[in-house]
Design a protein around this ligand. Structure first.
Ligand SMILES: *Cc1c(COP(=O)(O)O)cnc(C)c1O
Length: 433
């Protein structure tokens, strides 16, 4: 069976004339998996429909935000009510306090937070704050980590850069990344060596506590505790970029899961319930350095936008029932076991990396624990797999180096659907058809 995607093709040709690459964010373009991107008409619950009427189980979830699936009734109700009363005021609203209070309850290391409009903005602002608070300039990040597209962090970054094989972006002056140090993920020794040599000049270490932008790569047990200890000892700050993991692996994020506390945390994606949002927060003494209470300037016309805030509150309310995460974990577990067994039966060497409702299938016979091992994956095989999965009605993120997501709108039989689709796709690859 091949997909009929005539309308998507026509829209893509039209888009290419007025939008660079035809898309408003690079990985959407399907460049690394071949074929043209599918244009989406609508989503409902666990499913997506493209403009040609094909239906897919959505394992991309808009790259993370849609933990409840498409248009959950709670979010729709909150948005409908809110929109009747205006969409933006550029003045404070009560619901911003409500969202901030919920976040501080869920994540106790966040005593105060500032809402912004994207994850990129959250990270960029957190770094400015870390540099101001420490009066130092160096930032440590990890290979394959993606922290948005701000200049300072586009060095050996994951996500779209990894997918497209761009080590660093053009247009970023060397002087700007001169203070960015990039080390291998999960490698305590190199971090220790750096801190021994240079610890007192480091403003902050920024890390995805579960990497999600080189595919899903969980931290080794000693990695996050070592980062905490080294930064504490040298009075630099530890920033957890929980833009994906915040409310994805639990209401307390990865920091609750691993019992490691961060000085600053960045959030986004799920926090906006499918609308654009970001946030950064942490210790009150640090956050009070931000204008207007302190000297670190950061602002935004649409920051704390009432629609995004209302959708976020509605989403977090649903997530405050632990049963949601228990069910996601059970489904994730079922999927992991099923995919592993299916790959064995098809004699396809793959690594199934999973944490809760985040998962990646790497086409390699060796464990994937960092960016260099992720890059050993056979991306041509992934591309064939991706296309075959689409034909079987499963929409995966179109890159080997992205994490797939389950949503609470899915059921056990959706897991069976993914596993069966994967098994016949593995067999298809093995036959080299
Ligand atoms: C998506 C992401 C960002 C950037 O968020 P945007 O809203 O796309 O700007 C930052 N950090 C991590 C870990 C992300 O996954």
């Amino acid at each position: 069976m091949t997909l009929s995607t005539q309308k998507s093709k026509m829209l893509f040709e039209r888009a290419l004339r007025v939008i660079p690459g035809g898309v408003n964010s690079p990985v959407r373009a399907f460049k690394t998996v071949g074929g043209d991107p599918l244009f989406i008409e609508r989503g409902e619950g666990a499913y997506l429909w493209d403009v040609d009427g094909n239906r897919y189980l959505d394992c991309c979830g808009s790259w993370g935000p849609l933990i409840l699936g498409h248009s959950p009734s709670e979010v729709v109700a909150a948005l409908s009510e809110r929109i009747e009363n205006g969409t933006t005021f550029g003045a404070p609203t009560e619901i911003e306090i409500e969202l901030a209070e919920m976040v501080t309850r869920f994540m106790p290391t966040i005593q105060k937070l500032r809402l912004v409009s994207s994850g990129t903005e959250a990270v960029m602002s957190a770094l400015r704050l870390a540099r101001a608070a420490t009066n130092r300039s160096k930032i440590v990040k990890f290979e394959g980590g993606y922290h948005g597209h701000s200049d300072h962090l586009l060095s050996k970054a994951g996500s779209g850069l990894a997918s497209l094989g761009i080590p660093n972006s053009a247009g970023v002056p060397a002087a700007i990344t001169a203070d960015t140090i990039t080390l291998p993920y999960n490698d305590v020794q190199t971090v220790e060596a750096l801190f021994r040599a240079d610890g007192n000049s480091i403003a902050a270490v920024i890390v995805e506590p579960i990497a999600g932008n080189m595919g899903c790569v969980p931290p080794k047990p000693d990695f996050l505790p070592a980062l905490r200890q080294l930064t504490e000892r040298t009075h630099s700050l530890l920033i957890f970029d929980e833009v994906i993991t915040g409310f994805r692996v639990g209401t307390g994020g990865a920091q609750a899961l691993y019992h490691v506390s961060a000085d600053l945390t960045t959030l986004g994606k799920i926090l906006g319930g499918g609308l654009p949002i970001g946030a950064y927060g942490g210790r009150a003494d640090l956050m009070d350095l931000i204008a207007p209470s302190g000297p670190v300037y950061q602002a935004g016309t649409l920051s704390g936008n009432p629609l995004a805030v209302a959708a976020g509150i509605a989403t977090l309310k649903v997530l405050s029932d632990p049963k949601v995460y228990e069910r996601l974990e059970r489904m994730g577990n079922q999927l992991e076991a099923g995919l592993t067994a299916a790959a064995e039966r098809a004699e396809t060497p793959v690594q199934v990396n999973r944490m809760g409702s985040m998962f990646s299938l790497f086409f390699t016979n060796r464990a994937v624990t960092d960016y260099s091992s992720a890059k050993r994956s056979n991306t041509a095989e992934f591309a064939r797999f991706h296309r075959k999965m689409l034909e079987k009605g499963v929409y995966l993120p179109p890159s080997q180096f992205e994490t797939a997501f389950l949503s609470a709108a899915m059921t056990n039989s959706d897991m069976v659907h993914i596993i069966e689709a994967a098994e016949s796709s593995f067999q298809f690859i093995a036959r080299k058809e």
